[in-house]
Ligand binder design. Structure first.
Ligand code: DAH
Length: 341
């Protein structure tokens, strides 16, 4: 009787275990545990030899019935789970995840932010102006007369003039529209709105019909600076530029001022920074003392106020800072380049 009770127990356990099976892996575990060569049913079979002779037929039949019943239920479950080849999800949830590729700031955005932040610490606020400009802000107010070669249609992206005739000759002086060629336009826009003291930097995009090569693009960026106040001199300009150069590129960085000419500054200079990697000077851009005509055009009295300004190429600055030797890399959008910064 003892043995029959044991068989009943195994039967109940097997049915409970089978009911809990959720996938093929668990089903295989079940098979090993109950139907395998070392399984629970085999154990019961071995008891058969030990029972009293007169009990043997009954115990034998009960065991056979149990084996058939469990095997049938096992087969049924197996077909429900979609066959033996199904092994459940092949995911190891303890594996570290794959990092999704997230982008980063474009190197020019980063450099621009570094520059405005650096000048911010030197007391400069940041201003902006439109990229589609009129000739007044791009030329006239900057003391660049009609006859100046910088106003040649071939050197500018003029926009089709409004009006019936659609001829540049018919557009009143200063009213023709173009993509700005310099951020100096925003000097004018700032001074139109604000009387001195002025201390501002202006990062922005500019456009020129240039043939693209390692150092030229038809669209690039400039950082303009303008300081207007009483008693401002060339010393302030030079010391601010040197301070910037050494703060941004390193305190031993060499820079030089070369005499130059711009219609909107007098005197004017160009600033070069020593490019150690290349063993040569790299030109950052122009600067100078704001021309009295420019102050007057903005209703600022040049007898009372003086000012200085500069306009540096942001790509040039980025190239010098990060050792980039081809300006075209900034606009090719090759992630192997962009991802380095
Ligand atoms: N606007 C000039 C250019 O694009 C650069 C420049 C020169 C800006 C002298 C200035 C300046 O503010 O003072 O070539």
């Amino acid at each position: 009787m003892d043995v029959l009770k044991q068989i009943e127990d195994v039967k109940r356990q097997a049915k409970e275990a089978l009911a809990k099976v959720k996938n093929s892996q668990e089903l295989e575990q079940f098979r090993i545990q109950y139907l395998g060569t070392k399984g629970a049913l085999k154990d019961l079979m071995s008891l058969l030899g030990k029972v009293a002779k007169e009990m043997k037929p009954q115990v034998g039949q009960t065991l056979n019935a149990l084996k058939n019943e469990i095997t049938a239920e096992f087969e049924q479950r197996k077909s429900q789970l979609g066959g033996a080849q199904e092994v459940g999800p092949q995911i190891d949830l303890t594996e570290p995840g794959k990092r999704p590729a997230i982008g980063n700031e474009h190197i020019l955005v980063r450099v621009t932010n570094e520059l405005t932040e650096l000048f911010g610490r030197m007391g400069f606020s940041t201003a902006a102006g439109p990229e589609v400009e009129d000739e007044f802000h791009n030329f006239v107010a900057l003391n660049i007369p009609k006859s100046h070669p910088a106003r040649d249609p071939l050197d500018n992206f003029y926009l089709a003039p409004a009006g019936e005739a659609g001829r540049f000759e018919d557009v009143p002086e200063g009213k023709a529209m173009l993509l700005r060629t310099q951020t100096s336009t925003v000097q004018i826009r700032v001074m139109e709105k604000q009387q001195p003291p002025i201390r501002v930097v202006i990062p922005g995009r500019v456009y020129r019909p240039d043939t693209h090569d390692a150092t030229h693009l038809s669209m690039f960026h400039q950082l303009e600076a303008l300081v207007v106040d009483k008693g401002v001199t060339m010393v302030d300009l030079k010391s601010t530029v040197m301070q910037f150069v050494q703060a941004y590129f390193g305190k031993d960085t060499k820079a030089r001022f070369r005499p130059s000419f711009f219609p909107f500054t007098e005197p004017s200079a160009e600033v070069d920074v020593w490019f150690e990697d290349k063993g040569r000077w790299i030109e950052l851009g122009g600067c100078g003392m704001v021309h009295p005509n420019v102050l007057s055009a903005c209703n600022i009295d040049p007898e009372i106020y003086t000012g200085w300004a500069f306009g540096f190429g942001i790509e040039r600055i980025a190239m010098r800072k990060y050792g980039i030797d081809d300006i075209r890399l900034f606009v090719e959008n090759d992630v192997r380049f962009l991802g380095q910064f």
